[in-house]
Design a protein. Structure first.
Length: 143
């Protein structure tokens, strides 16, 4: 005899598995093998960077204290990859909190200009270090 509760449970499991597998689709564009590091110390090693779509932009906190990377208006549909810019549920955030020696990265699908700020505490006057930077994603960049 078939147990109706068991059939219902199996149906619910099948729907959940199908829904979860739909959320794990591949990105529309592939990543390139190029990685561009933006090293954070008391200043940015590179505050203006030009990359190609699919290149990985990686912020590296080389400070002893934490730093925060803020990218206003960051949109998930512009990204081919991301690490460190999401909350515990996987939702995209405009901010990445980096402890000492941690990194966060993004890859963009199409040409854009991204303005960002790195914020960190400092012993210097004011107590807060604000380091602005720009990343230009450009198809025309020579290899």
């Amino acid at each position: 005899m078939i147990d109706p509760k068991r059939v219902w449970s199996l149906g619910v499991m099948a729907v959940l598995c199908g829904g979860l597998s739909a959320c794990t689709s591949l990105p529309q564009t592939s990543r390139t093998s190029a990685i561009h590091d933006i090293k954070i110390t008391e200043k940015l090693a590179s505050d203006s960077l030009v990359v190609r779509p699919g290149d990985e932009i990686r912020w590296v906190n080389l400070r002893k204290d934490s730093a925060r990377v803020d990218i206003p208006n960051l949109e998930s549909e512009d990204l081919a990859c991301q690490r460190g810019f999401s909350n515990w549920m996987g939702l995209l955030r405009e901010t990445a909190e980096l402890k000492a020696n941690e990194t966060a990265s993004l890859c963009f699908k199409k040409p854009l200009i991204i303005n960002y700020n790195v914020r960190a505490e400092t012993a210097l006057g004011g107590g807060l270090l604000l380091l602005p930077g720009t990343v230009r994603i450009d198809n025309a960049m020579p290899r």
